[in-house]
Design a protein around this ligand. Structure first.
Ligand SMILES: [Fe+2]
Length: 295
């Protein structure tokens, strides 16, 4: 438990004038931080758990968060992301939210997104940039129209050989109405639970509400790895709990004291400026493994 105080949420940043100018320069791609912001790297995460049912051993989840479609990320990069996700031939494709730089671009992105192929499910959560200027219902409808199962205070349950895998998320923490206790109740009796809130701040908010102990694996985005991080430290993290918490939950794999595993993605796109240093753009192939599959 972190004895930390939540700050007020700000309306999401759109690209600033400097960011738009930098993005428009014909040769800006030769500036390393700009070049880096336009790359995309696959990260492969193996998650090993004794709790994982045998039937889920080897299950593959393709995860992409923080696309931020708009002035800094165009149609071609959305198409490229969809092709990369499809090429992973995953069982599940999961989006971590912040599809557009604002709600209008999020709704456009859902229309532009090429069809996605996963063996079991394509699902997604909503982030602060999506939610700040749109209702949850608008976003839910748009996601359903493009074939993404929305996880907004809701749970997707997949049953295999009588074992239940639950993937759940709340509404966005900073601009929505997250119902942690409701989501916790939805997953009662599950054999393995993946909680995928947009921001890792939601992990602390859930703990504060006494509902922080219901998941085996948490998948989060939002942080962008700081966008600019020096030796793993980001001067600005956008965490509602301040920079200390923000840097604890900045990027990569974390194991909590209660055994819950957390993966935090740097995300695909950028906000404010088309710049990344020490926080390369990422999408993920997460493979679930049972700790002792031979038993
Ligand atoms: Fe984001």
């Amino acid at each position: 438990m972190h004895q930390l105080k939540r700050k007020a949420a700000h309306t999401p940043h759109r690209p600033g004038r400097l960011g738009l100018w930098l993005n428009s320069l014909p040769h800006s791609k030769w500036i390393f931080p700009v070049y880096q912001s336009r790359q995309l790297y696959l990260v492969e995460n193996d998650v090993t758990s004794e709790k994982l049912p045998r039937v889920l051993h080897g299950l593959k989840i393709a995860y992409a968060s923080d696309i931020h479609y708009g002035a800094l990320l165009d149609d071609a990069r959305v198409k490229d992301l969809a092709e990369r996700l499809n090429a992973l031939e995953a069982d599940i494709i999961l989006f971590g939210g912040d599809y557009g730089e604002d709600a209008a671009h999020t709704l456009q992105m859902f229309k532009k997104l090429p069809p996605l192929k996963a063996k079991l499910a394509v699902c997604g959560v909503i982030g602060n940039h999506d939610r700040a200027e749109a209702t949850a219902q608008e976003l839910i409808l748009a996601m359903e129209k493009c074939g993404i199962t929305p996880l907004v205070n809701s749970t997707l349950t997949l049953e295999m050989d009588g074992k239940k895998l639950c993937i759940c998320a709340t509404d966005d923490l900073s601009h929505g109405d997250p119902a942690f206790r409701e989501v916790k109740e939805q997953v009662l009796g599950a054999d393995y639970v993946i909680f995928a809130p947009h921001s890792p701040d939601a992990l602390e908010a859930a703990r504060e509400e006494g509902a922080g102990d219901f998941y085996d694996l948490a998948l989060c985005g939002h942080t962008h790895g700081g966008q600019v991080a020096i030796f793993g430290f980001a001067p600005y993290t956008a965490s509602l709990y301040g920079e200390r918490y923000g840097n604890m939950y900045l990027s990569g794999e974390i194991e909590e004291d209660d055994g819950a595993q957390i993966i935090i993605s740097n995300g695909v796109g950028t906000t404010w400026m088309p710049v990344r240093v020490g926080a390369p753009p990422q999408y993920h192939l997460i493979t679930l493994r049972r700790a002792r599959p031979e038993r």
